[in-house]
Design a protein around this ligand. Structure first.
Ligand SMILES: CC(=O)N[C@H]1[C@@H](OP(=O)(O)OP(=O)(O)OC[C@H]2O[C@@H](n3ccc(=O)[nH]c3=O)[C@H](O)[C@@H]2O)O[C@H](CO)[C@@H](O)[C@@H]1O
Ligand SMILES: C=C(OP(=O)(O)O)C(=O)O
Length: 420
């Protein structure tokens, strides 16, 4: 298992290229199941999760071909030959559940393994299943699998989500695109990744109104066609590197980043003492003077994203004053706290909130990643800690960050991958 070794204390300067968003790319790849024609995706990030989704689609008969020299353009196409998503692949990545809606809409049946919980929470998929049932699907659970079928086509209806779910919105949006009649999704997620999926579906011939709002209106069509779509830049990768610059000092341009996708992150970073400004070709991040403690609560977009909570905690660990960080999306997303504490961070968790009291200096240590964003928070802490930090279990990091060591060393960090 690879590890990442960091010697802390170097300010960062230069440019970091921001890749395509993992959380946009995964549903977009699942959308490849909605047509027999070719769906070409550009700005695809090179990540373990993308390879997992390609494996899953291959099992359904969809070939995912790389059509450029560096693997950033993927062409998806082929007839669906199997409607089963097996446990062995689904267990690696929860986003696998996103094949359920497309398979059901296209083939009238699907057998998809339940993804189960993960380190950050139990993460049920009841909203996905209830929504599909409302559209006429018959759903049974058998031996850890969702067995879904529909007689004829899925039927358009009004679905009111009791809570905002990114994945349920995506699954139902894709299913509704090929359903019979109009579907209204109320209290839908409004994340930039949802908007990106809508834009791609529209390019494939879907009819979607209310894009970017909490109420999506989809007029089902009989078939969708191929399209070419450029994936939006990753706002979480952007926020993560913005925290790296904020913590180490220096000034970095996050190339291709979109400030309009940062939502509350840009505002909170400004409050903490960091300039975040749009510049030609990206976003410049620069620390003003000191770092100040700021309270945040994670919320659906445009609120502060749960996927930035761990990284923001690392930042607050070295800020002046205290910060209260409340996690309202997942019930167990403080796994990074104990490892940050081993590096000298002062954090107390009380239920869904963590009080972080900033310290002048963290100390390098051997730490273990527990999940994707926990991994990146430990990398950030290592960048400012005194001495050496070695982060193990970086396979979590590789799910969502491409070449983190290459990107950070190019702007002056002392960071390397130790291959075992
Ligand atoms: C691949 C991808 O895009 N992953 C993101 C997606 O995950 P994901 O789509 O799994 O997250 P959701 O938005 O669905 O989850 C939000 C909350 O709703 C709950 N819930 C969700 C579905 C359901 O059927 N029942 C239910 O109770 C979840 O347990 C959680 O507490 O959005 C999360 C919230 O922004 C991010 O942290 C993940 O990085
Ligand atoms: C939690 C995340 O991803 P996933 O939903 O795929 O687990 C994430 O991207 O931070």
């Amino acid at each position: 298992m690879d590890r990442i070794r960091i010697i802390g204390g170097q300010p960062l300067a230069g440019e970091i290229p921001i890749g395509g968003a993992k959380n946009a790319a995964l549903p977009l790849m699942a959308a490849g199941l909605l047509t027999d024609e070719r769906l070409v995706l550009t700005r695809v990030p090179r990540l373990a999760d993308i390879a997992t989704m390609a494996d899953l689609l291959a099992g359904h008969g969809i070939a995912v071909e790389q059509t450029d020299s560096d693997g950033r353009v993927l062409s998806l196409g082929g007839a669906i030959t199997s409607t089963e998503a097996p446990y062995d692949i689904v267990r690696k990545m929860r986003a696998s559940i996103l094949v359920l809606g497309p398979l059901l809409a296209r083939c009238g049946e699907a057998r998809v393994s339940l993804p189960g919980g993960c380190a950050i929470g139990t993460r049920p998929v009841d909203l996905h299943l209830k929504g599909l049932e409302q559209m006429g699907a018959i759903i049974e659970l058998d031996a850890g699998y969702v067995m879904a079928r529909v007689i004829g086509r899925l039927k358009g209806t009004t679905i009111i989500f009791p809570m905002v779910s990114v994945g349920a919105t995506e699954n139902l949006l894709m299913a509704a695109s090929l359903a019979d009649g109009q579907t209204v999704l109320r209290n839908a997620a409004r994340e930039p990744e949802i908007i990106d999926l809508c834009h791609c579906l529209v390019a494939m011939g879907a009819r979607i109104g209310g894009i970017g709002t909490g109420e999506l209106v989809i007029e089902g069509v009989e078939r969708l066609h191929g399209a070419t779509h450029a994936i939006i830049p990753d706002r979480i990768e952007t926020g993560t590197y913005a925290c790296a610059v904020a913590m180490t000092g220096g000034s970095v341009v996050l190339r291709d980043a979109r400030i309009d996708h940062l939502g509350a992150v840009a505002r909170v970073l400004e409050e903490a003492g960091i300039d975040v400004a749009e510049v030609p070709g990206g976003v410049r991040v620069q620390r003003r003077n000191g770092l100040h403690g700021v309270d945040v609560m994670t919320e659906p977009y445009p609120g502060f994203p749960t996927d930035m909570q761990a990284q923001f905690m690392a930042l607050m660990a070295v800020a002046d004053g205290a910060s209260m960080i409340t996690e309202s999306i997942f019930e167990n997303r403080f796994m990074h706290v104990s490892e940050l504490t081993r590096m000298g961070a002062r954090v107390n968790v009380h239920g869904a909130s963590a009080i972080v009291r900033g310290v002048p200096q963290l100390a390098g240590a051997q730490v273990m990643a527990t999940d994707l964003r926990a991994s990146s928070s430990l990398i950030l802490a290592g960048l400012v800690a005194k001495g050496e930090t070695v982060v193990s279990r970086v396979y979590h990091l590789d799910r969502g960050y491409e070449d983190v060591e290459g990107k950070l060393s190019a702007v002056g960090a002392k960071i390397e991958r130790l291959r075992d």
